[in-house]
Design a protein around this ligand. Structure first.
Ligand SMILES: Nc1nc2c(ncn2[C@@H]2O[C@H](COP(=O)(O)OP(=O)(O)OP(=O)(O)O)[C@@H](O)[C@H]2O)c(=O)[nH]1
Ligand SMILES: [Mg+2]
Length: 442
């Protein structure tokens, strides 16, 4: 039998209010023991709260959510107390005296998932919403919490599968070709939807984890100066000595309401210094995996150091020709040609004279372009994307099978792949249930 759990739902410490939640079969008994009885379901009721021995705890609001219409799907109770440390402590001791157990992290949401109140993707959205630091992250999480898209796709798939199974089990029926044709067209629609979601998954990940921007270039180009300018504080050491930065310095930043992670990296050059060489290796690795590379160059230089500092740039990356306050060197023209050939945008600035603002403005429009859209991405984690890619491949394969038996096999695996995303680990059991209600005589 499940035990009854409790937890402080608000942040610990001194505050105006504190909310303590209880979930499990003992919730009604707890309300009787502490608040003199359960109030009308889902209505706040002001009660005197007492310990089981009758000592006063507080006067506060009490709510009663009988299962299954509660967050966890179990009987739940909520106590809204004054947010004093001693008040909360005495309620917690009283709950422990009544035999309740302190909930483990995420246990309320886990129970909600186990009772089918949420699918796994929605449960993840709860975690994302709590962790959200930007408006975009929060909005994405809220929409994900409300969406049952993946569960719906899985159900659509099960329906198509059922139609194929009819064709396998009753090969002589006249209805067969109709049924299969109907199933094929709904599978084609579903496949398109899933493929769109895969195409948009990268955006979901970038909103959730942050858009990764690498500052990369030759030593002394002004990368650390640019990072400091973007952040408005001295996060990285700036000196006139080439090779100042060794480690990757990652700094979170909010641009246009989106979380962005900017990384200042070691200047890229040939070096015999073991520490610096490791810094260069990390710089290049970070730049490769970044969503955007900002190639910073000293436009006053004439030493050709930019040649070694060329990592693979993609069209849409940014080239910053820095130190425009100094007379131009001979490198600038070559760099410009190189950047243009790679399809990069080019900005000429002097970071030392407020040039970071122009870079920030450019980044802002770039981030908005990359991350905003009216639709919320269905996939926000690698786990979702992997499952969708697997399912899409199997559906595509099913559509190309000439034997319905083979299509059925592919579709079963596709159902399982989607099932893993939403947290249904035993699709066979669900299939049994679905097929039991499937009226085969019609
Ligand atoms: N004149 C001028 N100097 C600049 C400008 N931006 C940066 N500097 C100077 O260039 C030198 C190197 O700047 P950093 O920001 O440390 O360069 P970096 O690319 O981080 O260098 P490493 O860490 O060695 O790779 C410092 O002395 C800066 O003050 C600029 O716009 N104009
Ligand atoms: Mg530096």
């Amino acid at each position: 039998m499940t035990d009854t759990i409790f937890a402080l739902a608000t942040a610990p410490g001194r505050a105006a209010l504190a909310v303590v939640r209880v979930s499990g079969p003992e919730a009604a008994r707890v309300l009787r023991g502490i608040a003199g009885g359960a109030p009308t379901p889902r209505r706040a009721s002001l009660r005197r709260l007492r310990t089981p021995e009758g000592k006063p705890i507080d006067k506060g609001l009490v709510l009663w959510f009988p299962g299954p219409n509660s967050y966890t799907g179990e009987d739940c109770a909520e106590f809204h107390l004054h947010g004093g440390i001693a008040v909360v402590d005495s309620l917690i001791s009283a709950l422990q005296d009544l035999g309740l157990r302190l909930a483990e992290p995420g246990e309320f949401t886990r129970r909600a998932f186990e009772h089918g109140q949420l699918d796994l993707v929605q449960a993840e959205a709860v975690a994302d919403l709590i962790d959200a630091e930007t408006a975009a992250q929060a909005m994405q999480a809220v929409r994900q919490l409300e969406s049952t898209a993946m569960t719906d796709w899985r159900e659509g798939l099960i329906e198509a599968l059922a139609n194929f199974e009819v064709a396998v089990d009753f090969p002589d029926e006249d209805l067969q070709s109709d049924t299969v044709e109907h199933a094929r067209s709904s599978l084609r629609r579903l496949l398109r939807t899933i493929q769109d979601a895969i195409g948009d998954a990268e955006r979901g990940r970038r909103i959730r984890e942050g858009f990764r921007i690498a500052l990369i270039g030759a030593p002394n180009a002004g990368k650390s100066s640019l990072l400091n300018g973007l952040l408005g504080r001295d996060a990285a050491i700036v000196t006139a000595t080439p090779g100042t930065t060794r480690d990757v310095i990652e700094a979170p930043l909010i641009i246009a309401g989106y979380r962005v992670l900017v990384a200042d990296t070691a200047g890229v050059r040939e070096t015999t210094d073991e520490i610096e060489a490791e810094g260069v290796r990390r710089a290049e690795a970070w730049a490769r995996d970044a969503d955007l590379r900002v190639w910073v160059l000293d436009a006053s230089a004439s030493n050709g150091s930019w040649r070694r500092a060329r990592v693979e740039m993609l069209p849409g990356d940014l080239c910053v020709l820095n130190k425009q306050d100094l007379p131009a060197g001979s490198d600038a023209a070559a760099v410009r040609a190189e950047a243009e050939a790679a399809g990069m945008s080019i900005l000429s600035v002097a970071v030392a004279a407020g040039g970071a603002d122009a870079v920030r403005a450019w980044l802002e429009s770039r981030v908005i372009e990359a991350l905003s859209a009216s639709e919320t991405p269905a996939a926000t984690r690698q786990r979702h994307r992997d499952g969708l890619v697997e399912a899409a491949g199997l559906i595509d394969s099913a559509l190309h099978q000439t034997e319905p038996e083979l299509a059925v096999e592919d579709l079963r695996l596709a159902v399982r792949a989607l099932g893993r995303i939403v947290g249904i680990v035993d699709p066979e059991a669900v299939l049994d249930r679905v097929f039991a209600s499937f009226c085969i005589g019609k």
